[in-house]
Design a protein. Structure first.
Length: 299
């Protein structure tokens, strides 16, 4: 990811200036003319073809490869997912091999990526695909009904693999739209889907969706967006108002909570007992030490 930094004194000035800038809400969203939409599409597609990252799932965007990559990229950065993706595809090159695998083997290859329900749902969905369809389905409702697949992932598979004009909305897309519209708050989730539905072209929907996501990942980044490198800077309301640094607002994280636990460590012959059953959900990984919550007042 491309990024830049500024000094601590500049940061304090920026925080003060954000409080003084009148920010817009969604009560009066920008009305896009047909010419503006056409320019948005042309500029994004031209920029994407020139600057897109060489990610392995873009080489051969079959529905299976797109599906695996999109599930892996949930809660995971691309640079972290790439080696896992390569190993997973080497072991399970298609949906048939994944469906026929043992869950233990699938989980073993997933180990280290976290959020292990993703791997279990992949395995369940692969079995269902083979049993019900015989091959990866092409229709959006059928893909959406698969375990572990939501509207975003279904749209990504339909557009990236089948070049269907299905919109996608992830965090990068929301941020791009928020700045293009110059909105501070009040935008419901449906607003972002409606915008992408209106913008996505019938031709080249795959490249367009990836272009918007790529723009959010590489240029329209959360902090210090690289506006001078943006292909749609001239269409950006936030840039015109000078509020691109202030929106979207940073979410306040919940305070960390301490959870006392008691662990059982059993050693025999230089080996330590691990379990996949008697462990807490808050403990990462598939395997761990047998443990239990230590409730207040217990001894």
């Amino acid at each position: 990811m491309i990024g830049g930094g500024i000094g601590s004194s500049d940061n304090s000035i920026m925080r003060e200036s954000r409080q003084l800038v009148p920010l817009l809400n969604i009560d009066s969203p920008h009305t896009w003319s047909a010419m503006e939409v056409r320019k948005l599409r042309q500029n994004l597609l031209r920029w994407y073809r020139r600057y897109r990252r060489p990610l392995p799932w873009r080489d051969t965007p079959t529905p299976y490869r797109v599906w695996i990559s999109e599930i892996m990229l949930q809660q995971t950065q691309a640079k972290t997912a790439i080696p896992y993706y390569s190993r997973f595809l080497e072991r399970f090159p298609d949906v048939e091999s994944l469906a026929g695998a043992l869950e233990h083997d699938v989980m073993e290859l997933w180990s280290g990526l976290g959020y292990y329900s993703r791997a279990r749902n992949l395995h369940r969905a692969a079995k269902l695909i083979i049993e019900k369809y015989g091959e990866f389905p092409r229709d959006f409702p059928e893909i959406l009904a698969l375990p572990g697949i939501g509207r975003y992932t279904a749209g990504a598979i339909c557009s990236l693999a089948f070049n269907q004009a299905q919109p996608v909305v992830d965090g990068n897309v929301r941020r791009v739209i928020t700045r293009l519209e110059g909105i501070r708050s009040g935008a419901r989730e449906a607003f972002f889907w409606d915008r992408m539905s209106a913008w996505i072209p019938e031709k080249q929907p795959s490249d367009f969706n990836q272009a918007v996501m790529e723009l959010g990942a590489m240029v329209c980044v959360p902090s210090h967006p690289l506006c001078s490198r943006c292909p749609v800077e001239g269409l950006c309301e936030a840039r015109r108002l000078g509020i691109q640094e202030a929106i979207p607002a940073v979410r306040t994280r919940r305070a960390a909570q301490q959870t006392p636990v008691v662990l059982l460590i059993l050693e025999a012959k230089n080996r330590i007992l691990l379990t996949s059953l008697q462990k807490l959900a808050i403990v990462p990984g598939q395997w761990g030490l047998p443990c239990s919550r230590f409730l207040h007042g217990e001894s």
